[in-house]
Design a protein around this ligand. Structure first.
Ligand SMILES: [Zn+2]
Length: 432
């Protein structure tokens, strides 16, 4: 057995029987001899009747995956070499739910409900770790999609590639390939969003999440007329049934929003021209919003008797003072100037038309020059805080994130540089 570098379980008198069994590759379940319940994890006393008259029985080792997550990053440094790996909760045949790892398979093949069986990894003289692997022959079940299911699903975005987009442009470039530009590309339709564009945006933002060189995504519209004027009204007849409408709002709409907010890059929205209705809602999903002075902004849905349904009604009041957000939704005005919106607390900045490109690109390049992992962590922590969760939650995410950043090897190198030359920060300040 080669030396095991990860943490080893601390064996207590009341868990020693359990760990002894793992050395013989047996999985034990603790039993209460008085009230009869199964107990997991092993304890001193029965949690039901407080009896200390406890015994053991051997589990079959057969289980089903109850839930799981794939660890891609952000783990304790000693677990880094294992990435990616699957953390799961499995339900044993005997009714016990265990936290464990799923091993011996591609993480992508793991599915909820999958049949798994126990395997043991010998890690020390005293114990082995119970883990689970797919029962051979069963792991492909999740790929079987019945024909009926297929019919109701929109054409799958999995078939798409970043070269095949018809309604958006997608380009990775800039210094060290740190910038991705995603451009809504239906200028003759004022970059209105149809179903194809929604699917392409979902695909593009999910795709960019895995490109580690990229720290910044610029979302803009092609042409000079509009950033985006919202949902393409041509698709509305196709939404005439409740079911279709629900799919458009609830599936495509929500998936676009989530793809943008979950993409882990700093998404910068560039508003040149009209930014209306669903266009404003796209902007609301971004991290920063810059507008040209001549841009015109608003939500117009109420003029048709509906409301912003792609997150706008929910997000506007979280993005600016609520008494101003209400006016924007209720008035249906489509002619708010960029300056008005800025004064109402909505935009990051407004630049004069003739300076816009230069100033905007300066900001993009500046942010793109920072470490993508630090940007990503900043996004995560600020989202937790801004979403209105408890401050303790946000602080916990912050502590965790900064600890993780501090351990990252390339950031260690930067910190060493400052340690060797403490005056460096001040010198840089003077130069700037
Ligand atoms: Zn009991």
């Amino acid at each position: 057995m080669s030396e095991y570098k990860k943490p080893i379980p601390v064996i207590q008198p009341w868990t020693s029987e359990f760990w002894r069994a793992t050395k013989q590759h047996k999985l034990l379940i603790q039993k209460c001899n008085d009230c009869g319940i199964d107990i997991f994890y092993p304890r001193k006393y029965c949690p039901e009747c407080w009896s200390s008259n406890l015994g053991w029985s051997e589990a079959s080792g057969k289980a089903k995956v109850y839930t799981y997550t794939i660890m891609m990053d952000m783990v304790e440094p000693k677990f880094m070499p294992d990435l990616p790996y699957v953390l799961a909760m499995v339900d044993l045949e005997e009714g016990i739910r265990m936290t464990t790892r799923i091993v011996d398979c591609d993480p992508q093949d793991v599915a909820i409900g999958m049949d798994v069986e126990v395997v043991f990894e010998d890690i020390s003289e005293d114990c082995a770790l119970p883990m689970f692997r797919p029962v051979t022959g069963k792991k492909k079940d999740k790929d079987k999609v019945s024909p009926a299911q297929n019919e109701t699903r929109p054409p799958d975005t999995i078939e798409m590639s970043t070269d095949s987009y018809q309604t958006i442009m997608y380009e990775v470039g800039g210094a060290n390939n740190s910038i991705c530009r995603i451009t809504l590309n239906r200028p003759d339709k004022f970059n209105a969003i149809n179903r194809q564009m929604a699917r392409e945006l979902i695909h593009a933002f999910r795709n960019i999440r895995d490109v580690s060189s990229v720290g910044v995504v610029v979302l803009s519209g092609a042409g000079k007329e509009a950033f985006c004027t919202g949902g393409d009204l041509e698709i509305f007849p196709s939404l005439a049934e409740h079911q279709n409408c629900l799919n458009w709002m609830g599936h495509e709409g929500l998936d676009v929003q989530r793809a943008i907010t979950d993409c882990e890059k700093v998404v910068i929205c560039k508003i040149d021209g009209h930014c209306l209705a669903g266009g404003l809602e796209l902007a609301l999903c971004c991290d920063l919003i810059y507008a040209k002075e001549s841009a015109r902004i608003g939500t117009t849905e109420i003029n048709m008797g509906i409301l912003p349904g792609w997150g706008g009604t929910a997000r506007l009041p979280r993005s600016m003072p609520v008494f101003r957000a209400r006016e924007i939704v209720y008035s249906g005005r489509k002619d708010y100037t960029a300056k008005e919106m800025y004064e109402m607390g909505f935009l990051t900045r407004v630049f004069k038309d003739d300076e816009f490109e230069e100033k905007f690109e300066e900001i993009v390049a500046g942010i793109a020059s920072k470490k993508p992992i630090a940007l990503r962590m900043g996004k995560e922590v600020m989202a937790r805080s801004a979403e209105g969760g408890s401050i303790e939650t946000a602080l916990a995410v912050e502590r965790n994130g900064i600890t993780w950043l501090t351990y990252s090897p390339d950031i260690q190198a930067v910190m060493d540089m400052y340690r060797e030359k403490p005056g460096r920060l001040v010198e840089q300040q003077k130069k700037a």
